[in-house]
Design a protein around this ligand. Structure first.
Ligand SMILES: Cc1cc2nc3c(=O)[nH]c(=O)nc-3n(C[C@H](O)[C@H](O)[C@H](O)COP(=O)(O)OP(=O)(O)OC[C@H]3O[C@@H](n4cnc5c(N)ncnc54)[C@H](O)[C@@H]3O)c2cc1C
Length: 336
């Protein structure tokens, strides 16, 4: 299998940032992955896994080996009267999996239509959109450790999913490769069209199908979000902050238009986009970086932008939000 040297990553990250990696490889099976990882040449160097690079910010060159799992098979492993168990390789393009499921009438991931990236990355931050999260359908995750090449299988509970969070962003961060994910999809799909935009798009449709939900969400996303092929971005740059009840209510009293979303006992999630917008950043540009005019959560990397410029802009935003609202926001994007 080919190991590329001094590999250019500019076309491999949706922010379009310039960076090289010392080594790069695309194993097509677990066996190929094991063969590389047991090669002594790569034992001592840093290793990193990368899917489509749609949630990664490179601040410079990478001095180790980047592994892009290219395991692309999709297979039914089990089924009963209600569910299909679908096992997909880490390298399957996420939206292809959604299309595959929706075309067959299997429900559960249609609200996650058109999210960029690979299947292997979906459990990492528990991707979510339009009232659904990957964790709602993930049945098990197969994972190969760098150390000792141990095959592990994690149940949904063991993945410890949270809002844009999982064990793969914590204890298992940088420790190995997700090779397969098995999803439990419903043969009798329940339509999840509660989100305002989706509700609007479905107006007049008496019994929407998952196909129509997928179509509506893809079209809403295409209108709202910038296309990385046109201007570099990584989707939402920041997570929505969760704050305690007393701060949330205090803010609500001062700002009637602030929406609060209950997030567990005595806590509320606040829309980071609203906070950033109120601080005046929406639609702004500094040098080669800026904030999207339609969605303040999305930072833009124009041609020639560097990771450092983006980090500086994000720090300015974080500081301004803290000073104005006493709320800490943090990046969702993985900074390397
Ligand atoms: C326009 C746009 C819109 C977006 N909208 C959404 C959205 O609505 N909801 C949402 O949740 N996200 C969204 N994102 C973020 C992104 O699409 C997701 O985080 C996606 O899952 C990243 O997939 P990827 O393959 O590009 O992963 P990468 O960006 O390549 O990697 C992300 C992280 O996962 C790790 N990783 C990747 N693959 C593996 C693996 N096989 N094993 C172990 N670790 C791995 C990487 O090391 C890295 O830490 C958006 C991004 C863009 C550009």
């Amino acid at each position: 299998m080919k190991i590329f040297q001094n590999f250019d990553l500019k076309e491999r990250n949706t922010l379009g940032l310039r960076a090289n990696t010392k080594y790069y490889t695309e194993p097509e099976s677990v066996e190929e992955l094991k063969a590389i990882l047991s090669d002594d040449s790569y034992n001592e160097i840093p290793k990193m896994v990368m899917g489509e690079g749609s949630n990664i910010l490179f601040t410079g060159d990478y001095t180790g080996l980047i592994i892009h799992p290219s395991i692309k098979d999709i297979r039914i492993t089990d089924e009963d009267a209600d569910y299909i168990y679908l096992r997909a390789g880490a390298g399957v393009v996420w939206d292809k999996l959604v299309e595959f499921a929706v075309d067959r009438g299997w429900g559960g991931i249609e609200n996650l239509s058109s999210i960029p990236g690979c299947v292997g990355a979906a459990p990492v931050q528990n991707i979510g959109a339009y009232g659904a999260e990957a964790k709602d359908t993930i049945f098990r995750v197969e994972y190969l450790t760098f150390e000792g090449l141990v095959d592990k299988t994690l149940s949904c509970e063991e993945c410890r999913f949270g809002y844009r969070d999982s064990i793969f962003k914590r204890e298992l961060k940088g420790r190995g490769v997700i090779t397969y994910v098995t999803f439990r999809l419903s043969k009798i799909p329940a339509i999840n069209a509660g989100y305002e935009d989706v509700k609007q798009a479905m107006k007049g449709v008496s019994e929407p199908t998952i196909f129509q939900v997928r179509e509506a969400i893809s079209s809403i996303r295409a209108k709202k979000l910038p296309d990385p092929a046109v201007v570099g971005n990584a989707g939402s740059f920041f997570k929505n902050p969760v704050v305690n009840k007393s701060l949330a209510l205090q803010l609500k009293e001062s700002y009637q238009d602030l929406k609060l979303f209950p997030a567990g006992e005595n806590e509320y999630k606040l829309p980071a986009a609203w906070l950033i917008d109120k601080c005046g950043f929406k639609g702004s540009r500094t040098g080669n970086v800026g904030v999207h005019a339609n969605q303040a959560l999305v930072l833009l990397a124009y041609e020639g932008a560097t990771g450092e410029e983006l980090i500086n802009l994000s720090k300015t935003i974080i500081k301004t939000v803290k000073e104005r609202f006493n709320v800490d926001i943090e990046p969702e994007v993985n900074i390397c």
